[in-house]
Write a new protein. Structure first.
Length: 435
């Protein structure tokens, strides 16, 4: 499902990350009183009055050694490219600055709604100063305090009103999947090889993908939509030379997908960015297949494949459910297996299990490995039921959820996986006290 995107834009040290964290409800960006210190996650899920959306903290997009104003310009242009709604943050105590006006001029060109938020309006004196910001030309400014949470309700009401209306959009019954991975792992070559045509630019230089268009095709009587992970639309003048920006684009593609193909480069091995993006796909609850591309380039012996599989299982322990396929975009090796595998993972991702059968498995598991006890009190598992799909989610009713140790929860999950085919999809177990 594609969620609306909200980008938080502004010059350094106006409190973008503080506001980002406050709306997200958790401290996920590092916040200090020094400009340019945002180091952590820049893309997150958020919700306001039942409406889900995604947020980008553009201050976290590291653009290297670019000059100060050039960085502000590029971050604002990234927001224009990515967002459905832009929240422009300024600082009440400092008033309108030259840098604010620079950002405003860039945002004038955006064919996107812009909501002006005057941050650090923590007292009546600073709140009076918000009227100076009418000069930026974005209508009524909203006085807020990221630190204290003041004024955020009115701000978010204004943001949600500007979201695009998708109620009339036709229902898409295809399986949506994306290929994600670091620049130059061969995503574009794999797309071309799977489609049998040169639809995207392929180059040995990282970051040459520019055309952002989802591609529909049919294989074995099944409809698929390949979700594009392209860097930038042609009308934008932003740069894809930043690792954090490519991660952000991958995250958006993940949100739009049912199944995610995590592409690794056999020549280069596993890097931290591979683990970061794959971890987001896991957290987002998507179906996952791990593709090792450029497998044809390695010199192999009888142990090469097994050793590489073991390395992947060691580095991606949380993806033990994900199948691994060794492929080559150049030779087409095993690419013909992918449509059927994507379909199977999608079916597993949406699978429902009857409660009676599920409880037989749970009771057999408890008989095999009795529940733990603590201070003479034993965990009792009464019954379980499936409450959601995509990913499959199960509620297990117990006498005391605090007694469900993560190791026993993992044992129950493994028993469920052993009896039902959930290959390629995470499954969630939720413990609740039986009333």
């Amino acid at each position: 499902m594609a969620f609306p995107i909200v980008a938080i834009v502004g010059r350094p040290n106006v409190g973008k990350s503080t506001l980002f964290n406050r709306i997200a409800g958790e401290r996920i960006s590092i916040v200090e009183d020094t400009p340019g210190v945002t180091r952590d996650r820049i893309y997150t899920h958020a919700e306001w009055l039942g409406t889900e959306f995604r947020m980008i903290d553009t201050g976290g997009i590291d653009l290297g050694d670019e000059p100060f104003l050039t960085q502000i310009t590029q971050q604002a242009e990234i927001a224009i490219e990515e967002a459905d709604v832009i929240v422009f943050i300024v600082s009440a105590p400092e008033g309108v600055t030259d840098a604010d006006e620079k950002v405003a001029k860039i945002l004038y060109r955006a064919d996107k709604p812009v909501i002006l938020a005057v941050n650090k309006a923590d007292n009546p004196e600073t709140r009076e100063s918000i009227y100076d910001f009418y000069s930026l030309g974005f209508g009524d400014p909203y006085a807020v305090s990221g630190v204290h949470g003041l004024g955020l309700g009115d701000l978010l009401d204004a943001v949600v009103k500007e979201f695009p209306d998708d109620d009339g959009a036709p229902k898409d019954d295809s399986i949506r999947f994306s290929l994600i991975g670091r620049p130059n792992v061969g995503k574009s070559s794999l797309v071309n090889a799977m489609l049998g045509e040169d639809r995207v630019i392929v180059s040995d230089i990282a970051g040459t993908t520019r055309d952002a268009v989802d591609t529909k095709f049919t294989a074995d009587d099944t409809k698929f939509t390949m979700v594009d992970t392209a860097g930038i639309r042609k009308r934008g003048k932003v740069y894809e030379n930043t690792e954090r920006y490519s991660v952000m684009r991958a995250m958006r593609a993940i949100d739009d997908s049912d199944v995610v193909l995590v592409v690794l480069n056999a020549e280069e091995g596993i890097r931290e960015q591979d683990k970061r993006v794959a971890g987001y796909a896991h957290e987002a609850g998507r179906g996952i297949i791990i593709l090792v591309n450029k497998w044809d380039t390695l010199k192999k012996d009888n142990h090469t494949l097994t050793d590489f599989q073991n390395l992947i299982r060691l580095e991606f322990q949380y993806l033990s459910y994900a199948p691994i396929v060794f492929v080559s975009a150049k030779t087409g090796q095993r690419l013909d297996q992918l449509p059927a595998m994507i379909k199977r993972v999608s079916e597993n991702h949406n699978k429902r299990v009857q409660s009676a059968t599920l409880n037989d498995v749970i009771m057999d598991a408890i008989a095999l490995n009795p529940t733990p006890s603590d201070n003479g009190k034993r965990l009792r598992v009464y019954y379980g039921t499936q409450v959601a799909v995509a990913p499959p989610t199960f509620v297990v009713f117990v006498n005391d959820p605090k007694m469900m140790h993560f190791s026993y929860e993992r044992f129950l999950e493994n028993q469920i996986r052993e009896h039902f085919d959930f290959e390629g999809t995470p499954i969630h177990l939720i413990e609740r006290a039986r009333k």
